[in-house]
Write a protein that binds this ligand. Sequence first.
Ligand code: ADP
Ligand code: MG
Length: 261
Amino acid sequence: MNIAATPQRATEIQSMTRRDTPLVRFQGVRKSFGELEVLKGIDLEVKSGEVVALIGRSGSGKSTALRCVNGLERINAGELTVCGRTLHDGKVDLRDLRQDVGIVFQSYNLFPHLTVEQNVTLAPRKVHKIGSKEARELSDQVLAQVGLSDKAKNYPEQLSGGQQQRVAIARSLAMRPKLILFDEVTSALDPELTGEVLRVIAKLAAEGMTMMLVTHEMAFARSVADQIVFMHQGRIWESGKGEMLDNPQTPELRQFVGNGL
Ligand code: ADP
Ligand code: MG
């Protein structure tokens, strides 16, 4: 894809290519750490343009599920297909996979000695071998997408936590991923800073970005997700649209929602 395309153009291309083929498909996926089985047979599909929110108690396997999707963890059994690649055969080029699959963590890990623009364009300069002018244009585009056009020349320490997390999202967007994974990206932020980050994610969702996100923000999950997945003890316990939170079918989800709201 032409990385110099405008955000609007990128969105048009995305919606043109939106299909019913899932970008991510878990089929009976199992993952253990030693004796501990953390994913006990996960079946899940994420279609292009879809937003899937994973919710559930700490330790239920949400982060592990996300980490399998971009190859940070290898599955032990079942099948996992991501952006047309079968991850379980062990032959997947992980660098290649991670160009298609961005991940944003709770800790944003920006390089303190680099400006915002340099942080955002580091990977595309390396991987896509783009020049300075293109890098500047790319930085302008993705910073505009996260509402930080005026911060390109600033250093991370000059920004609030919410702004730094938005830079981390822009950094991910700069690779033009097909899918972005968000793992509790607002959990480390002061409550007054979470809104600006959630608004950026909601905007990307509205523009058609495919995403899987782990979140404790139930109102946000309900408003942005096409599918909510409640994980419990390494299994998908319940899944559905936002209304499932109003009418839990299991005591576990009822208890989780009761505590979470
Ligand atoms: P969640 O994100 O829902 O809180 P995780 O996927 O992080 O859950 O963890 C699920 C379980 O797997 C927990 O019991 C956790 O301690 C364990 N676990 C996660 N990563 C590792 C690891 N690298 N080695 C050993 N155990 C791990
Ligand atoms: Mg986690």
